[in-house]
Design a protein around this ligand. Structure first.
Ligand SMILES: NC(=O)C1=CN([C@@H]2O[C@H](COP(=O)(O)OP(=O)(O)OC[C@H]3O[C@@H](n4cnc5c(N)ncnc54)[C@H](O)[C@@H]3O)[C@@H](O)[C@H]2O)C=CC1
Ligand SMILES: O=C([O-])CC(=O)C(=O)O
Length: 339
């Protein structure tokens, strides 16, 4: 699991979602690297043989985290940067992952984080537009349904927007769906692949269980409970952490897994498909500009946005409930930057 070799990367932890292909120079910057997500995710990125450089940035504590992680004996270089040093942190970054911002406390929705996190994300977008405008951008900071449009609007203002290179990370919803369905079916979750579409909060999270072999016969109350658990899995963790934060370790895992998929695609591996929240034509006619669905990834980012596919009557209802909420969240993000 700690080996730098490609074959080792296919074993142990990495075989459950991290895989590797030929090595290219891939510098990854983590913004918010000293936080609850940033630290474990950076550690997992250090274990990824496809990551050749790690640039850890935070308004506090990143040099210490970098010094610690840099002792792990894998080949990548690790550097930590102080608050004032965003330019150096971002220079040459090809992929930027952003878990900067405050997490929820019990009783809050993700949208309640908007007032604090919107400006954090906007300012980081300005810095990336200046110092690494061509990097792939993976946004974790909540509310994702709004922070992704915020990033896009800043990039449009700066004249550097490329919709193929901007991703909202919804992988934790996919990870949860796989785990929770696997638990019900008593199956190894590595064999349970659930497409989750929509957005990343409450009713905007729509798992397409009918499209999976293990999920299609889950019915009645068990179906309702499973959907609710996937949609509100974040609340489960927020409540259990009782005021000290939200999901960090599972998100660190999910973020590193998404980064691995994207880097494999950037390195030329074909057929890499992940659900992710992107600028999407799927529901544009209903005024929803961004939508998570299966997206094929390639060297330049988004290669193909897959349609939602055939869905059950229940899933149709879930999508109907998702769209107006998602539209509101997206418009809020856009309006913030325009104001
Ligand atoms: N997309 C998803 O599935 C998930 C998203 N999240 C979100 O991720 C975000 C981070 O969560 P945690 O790591 O638990 O929070 P945390 O508070 O532990 O860490 C956030 C880090 O961001 C840093 N930070 C704040 N402003 C910054 C700036 N301007 N530049 C650089 N760094 C800055 C802080 O110093 C801190 O180290 C939250 O908004 C949370 O809601 C959390 C779990 C899942
Ligand atoms: O629930 C939260 O606030 C954090 C999050 O996005 C998740 O765990 O899915």
């Amino acid at each position: 699991m700690f080996s730098r070799s490609v074959s080792a990367a296919r074993s142990g932890l990495l075989s459950r979602g991290f895989a590797s292909s030929a090595r290219a120079n891939r510098k990854v910057a983590v913004l918010g690297a000293a936080g609850g997500i940033g630290q474990p995710m950076s550690l997992l990125l250090k274990q990824d043989p496809l990551v050749t450089g790690l640039s850890l940035y935070d308004i506090r504590g990143a040099p210490g985290v970098a010094a610690d992680i840099s002792h792990v004996n894998t080949h990548s270089d690790v550097k930590g940067y102080e608050a004032a040093d965003a330019a150096s942190a971002l220079k040459g970054a090809e992929l930027v992952i952003i878990p900067a911002g405050v997490p929820r406390k019990p009783g809050m929705t993700r949208d309640d984080l908007f007032n604090t996190n919107a400006s954090i994300v906007r300012d980081l977008a300005v810095a990336c537009a200046e110092h690494c405008p061509k990097a792939m951008i993976c946004i974790i900071s909540n509310p994702v349904n709004s922070t992704v449009p915020i990033w896009a609007e800043v990039y449009k203002q700066k004249g550097v927007f490329d919709e193929k290179r901007l991703f909202g990370v919804t992988t934790l919803d996919v990870v949860r769906a796989s785990r929770f369905l696997g638990e019900i079916k008593n199956t190894d979750p590595k064999d349970v692949k659930v497409t989750v579409v929509g957005g990343h909060s409450g009713v905007t999270i729509v798992p397409l269980l009918s499209q999976t072999a293990q999920g299609k016969d889950v019915k009645g109350q068990q179906y309702k409970d499973l959907v609710k658990r996937i949609q509100f899995g974040g609340d489960e963790v927020v409540q259990a952490k009782a005021g000290t934060g939200s999901a960090t370790l599972s998100m660190g895992y999910a973020g590193a897994r998404f980064a691995n998929s994207l880097i494999r695609a950037m390195n030329g591996e074909s057929g890499v498909v992940e659900p992710t929240f992107v600028k999407s034509p799927l529901y544009k006619d209903q005024g929803v500009e961004y939508f998570a669905s299966n997206v094929e990834l390639g060297p330049e980012g988004v290669t193909k946005i897959h349609p939602v596919g055939s869905v059950s009557a229940e899933e149709e209802e879930l999508i109907k409930a998702c769209l107006p909420e998602l539209k509101k969240n997206i418009e809020k993000g856009k309006a913030f930057v325009k104001a």
